[in-house]
Ligand binder design. Structure first.
Ligand SMILES: Nc1ncnc2c1ncn2[C@@H]1O[C@H](COP(=O)(O)OP(=O)(O)OP(=O)(O)O)[C@@H](O)[C@H]1O
Ligand SMILES: [Mg+2]
Length: 155
């Protein structure tokens, strides 16, 4: 478990950009954290790191937005999922186990349909300090992801 603190939206976006630069085909990133903590901001950074310049907004009603970059980005926001089985309507396995990078906001909604190997990023606010500080915890699950987490800390 690695912990990073950011003090502005821009810093969180910068962290995302580093992640996007190191991302590989088939990478899956699960983003946890309350409403308004910065999951979409981090995703925007990942998109920038993949060379995607379009505006990144949460795919609230559609649940999935796709972008073309160095690798495709599949941005899921499944906050509104009412049943994990709805993931099959999205053909989610085609994306998770394809050649792009999948980022999932609110992965808890898919319960046990989640992948076995993934990078989990948990964003929290520091309740002692009002404002823009975020505590970002990175947990790699699987060998590739462990190596990734090491590389991320080295750059
Ligand atoms: N250090 C920080 N990192 C990221 N965002 C920050 C930071 N400080 C303040 N913010 C603000 O927090 C908000 C984060 O919004 P964002 O849409 O990314 O949240 P979210 O986690 O995706 O929420 P939701 O669950 O509703 O999709 C933005 O308004 C951003 O400006
Ligand atoms: Mg969001």
């Amino acid at each position: 478990m690695r912990e990073i603190r950011t003090y502005s939206e821009k810093e969180t976006e910068q962290l995302g950009k580093k992640i996007g630069k190191l991302a590989w085909p088939g990478m899956i990133i699960l983003l946890r954290g309350d409403l308004g903590t910065g999951k979409t901001v981090l995703t925007r950074g990942i998109a920038r790191g993949l060379g995607i310049d379009e505006p990144i907004t949460s795919p609230t009603y559609t649940l999935l937005h796709q972008y073309i970059g160095r690798l495709p980005l599949y941005h899921f926001d499944i906050y509104r999922l009412t049943d994990p089985e709805e993931m099959y309507d999205l053909d989610y396995e085609e994306f998770f186990y394809g050649q792009g990078v999948s980022v999932v906001e609110w992965p808890e909604r898919m319960e046990d349909l989640g992948p076995h190997e993934y990078l989990e990023i948990r964003i929290g606010k520091n309740l002692d300090h009002e404002g823009e500080e975020r505590i970002i915890r990175i947990k790699p699950v699987g060998e590739e992801y462990k190596k990734f987490a090491k590389d991320l800390m080295d750059i």
